[in-house]
Design a protein around this ligand. Sequence first.
Ligand code: CO
Ligand code: CO
Ligand code: CO
Length: 317
Amino acid sequence: MKAGGCAAKLSPRILDQALAGFPRLNHPDVLVGFDTRDDAGVFRLSAELALVQTVDFFTPIVDDPYTFGAIAAANALSDVYAMGGKPLSSLSVLCFPSSGDISILREILRGGADKMIEAGCVVLGGHSVADDEIKFGFAVTGTVHPDQVLTNAGARAGDFLVLTKSIGTGVIGSALKRGIASEEHVAGSIQSMLTLNRPADGAHGCTDVTGFGLIGHAREMALASDVTLEIDASKVPLLPGAIDYSKAGAYSGGLKNNREFASSCVHFNRTLPEEIEALLYDPQTSGGLLISAPQPPAGSVVIGRVTERQMKPIHIL
Ligand code: CO
Ligand code: CO
Ligand code: CO
């Protein structure tokens, strides 16, 4: 097992270089394309209906194949929710060794299928490739009203910033690989990754927090919306154990890449303990939604505010 889950994503820098000046068909019904690095593409079918399309798959992040399949499904569905959409149908994407154990394959698929049922999303089919390294996920199609698409660009000064899941799946996953994670902390992280997101009603902007970490995704929102996101580090919810493993230096390559890429966009109003600062860059698998909304929903976790653009796109209080 190499880098697992969303920590296995290509570095944002490599993607930026590869996609610069990319040829495209300019079509009037493309409401959200790849150039804004939103969570999913959105294509208008009519004045009332648009398609939301996304694909996400990755290498195993947990030992149990059923759980891996279910997390992969929750993670793939998340990008549809992040755009304000409702998932309708999906196609599985699978890489599996030709000599692999079929009972393991069956469990991965069953975990994915159960999570899709929970989301009310039909699995229509899929595609598989013989590969020595297992990979699994889904391409998901959803729908959204064209006027209700939530993008990175919708955050407005005065909004509240809400985060719907705790941070730390990356460091806990790294700690698990190093054999230093407690069973209880791993179980908490798995429970979080298994939890389905849902569309953020009444929001101005939204993204899910995945491979680029909280700051990486907040940065995309701040730049696309031309605002500053003020995040109060003491309000950012952390999974039990995350601080311990951050202190122990259980950092993935993804965390280091994220930090190297995004730290120039961040202003720290105060010096944070290193273990807290690092967690702000921790790549999340099946992470929560970062929502910019005029009114935080009752009971939601508010981690900061949106302001007019200040010195940097991200200010950490
Ligand atoms: Co996403
Ligand atoms: Co994604
Ligand atoms: Co995003």
